[in-house]
Design a protein around this ligand. Structure first.
Ligand code: DGL
Length: 369
């Protein structure tokens, strides 16, 4: 149907055209000029679902904190969010269906290999990983270290199940897909979209365990995502993804790296236990600036003497551990975790030790990643 071209300009507004002339008369503006204008093809985003609260379900709408995680399959998550089609062509894969506190090194490796395989496919423009929030920061950092790509990879979760009043999962997932479909999100490392913020997978930590504004980076978010638009304010300076020296395609197993937690009255037994358990590195989550109780200095020196790397981190959520301050790291041949919390230090140490580095190289890696 050809409309008279002398239509008043305001009717050329598609919305007014629909309301003014009725849906039956609606024609796309592209046909008014008599030549079809091809719509740009939408980016393709693959959603890898692993479980967590974003796939959770509670008994009633008022259960925002009491629910079962890892219940809703990825196809139902996508079916419940038709708005995704406005930003990308999406398809989902159910990689796992677990609460993220139950993640293992093998889960990390399997997920990393799947992400690596997908980003190599020319028809895939971005990846979203839906994940429980408990260990989301560890998985995001792991992917940041080992997936060699400049395509956007976005990890997302939610603090409330989709069955709850004011559930946050739908908007978090929409934001994640929108960012993963954005060219300007490429080359920034693995990203985490939660609560309207875009954070670096390296920096972000779960700082609050009971509200939707749960994830924070002590160095601030990289940007915000609002109504499908990205607003960037800074970019990462640490090495990641395409600039990483590590590659998930080069290993199948992560070396054992464990953590001991520092506190008043901490006995040396935990250090001794791991020292005799065949670990390749031990993270000491010290008090303050990575402090070590005097009775545990000897225990950690014995661990180091067995060829196990000793890495000083801190239980304090912000700041960074200064080398040779609380302990003579040069003298003891220990490594400091810089600003990485103990759980992220574990991830970096395990990835680094897939290449069998010595303590000098390990410290260089902690400065750079
Ligand atoms: N069990 C927790 C997890 O899967 C629930 C927390 C969440 O996903 O928000 O990480």
């Amino acid at each position: 149907m050809q409309l008279p071209l002398q239509l008043p300009l305001q009717l050329l507004n598609p919305l007014k055209l629909v309301t003014g002339l009725g849906l039956a008369a609606f024609v796309s503006l592209s046909s008014l000029s008599g030549c079809a204008v091809a719509q740009p093809a939408k980016p393709t985003v693959v959603i890898l679902a692993t479980g967590g609260t974003i796939a959770g379900a509670g008994a009633s709408a008022v259960n925002s904190a009491t629910y079962a995680a890892a219940k809703v399959p990825v196809d139902k998550l996508l079916a419940g969010l038709p708005e995704l089609a406005s930003v990308a062509n999406v398809r989902g894969e159910q990689v796992f269906q677990i609460a993220s506190e139950s993640f293992t090194n093998d889960n990390l490796v399997k997920l990393g290999k799947r992400v690596s395989a997908l980003v190599k496919q020319p028809d895939v423009d971005g990846i979203v990983v839906t994940h429980g929030t408990d260990t989301l920061e560890e998985t995001a950092y792991f992917l940041n270290l080992v997936v060699r790509t400049s395509k956007p990879i976005v990890v997302v979760g939610s603090m409330r199940p989709g069955t709850a009043l004011s559930a946050d999962g739908a908007l978090n997932l929409f934001d994640a897909v929108s960012v993963a479909a954005s060219k300007d999100a490429g080359g920034k490392g693995v990203l985490v979209t939660m609560n309207d913020e875009i954070n670096s997978g390296r920096d972000v930590v779960k700082l609050v365990n009971i509200k939707t504004e749960a994830f924070k980076s002590q160095w601030g978010p990289l940007g915000m995502i609002v109504e499908g638009n990205n607003y960037w304010f800074r970019a990462p300076v640490k090495r990641h993804t395409a600039q990483s020296e590590f590659n998930i395609d080069d290993f199948d197993v992560l070396p054992a790296v464990e953590i001991v937690y520092g506190y008043g009255n901490m006995p040396r037994s935990a250090v001794d236990l791991f020292g005799n358990a065949g670990v390749k590195a031990l993270i000491h989550a010290g008090t303050g600036n990575g402090s070590v109780a005097d009775r545990n200095v000897a225990a950690l020196q014995e661990v180091r003497a067995k060829g196990i790397q000793v890495i000083r981190s801190s239980r304090v959520p912000a700041g960074f551990v200064l080398r040779n301050a609380e302990q003579p790291d040069d003298k003891y041949d220990w490594v400091v975790a810089h600003d990485l919390n103990p759980q992220k230090a574990r991830i970096l140490a395990a990835v680094a030790l897939t290449r069998g580095v010595d303590s000098k190289e390990l410290q260089r890696i902690f400065w750079q990643y």
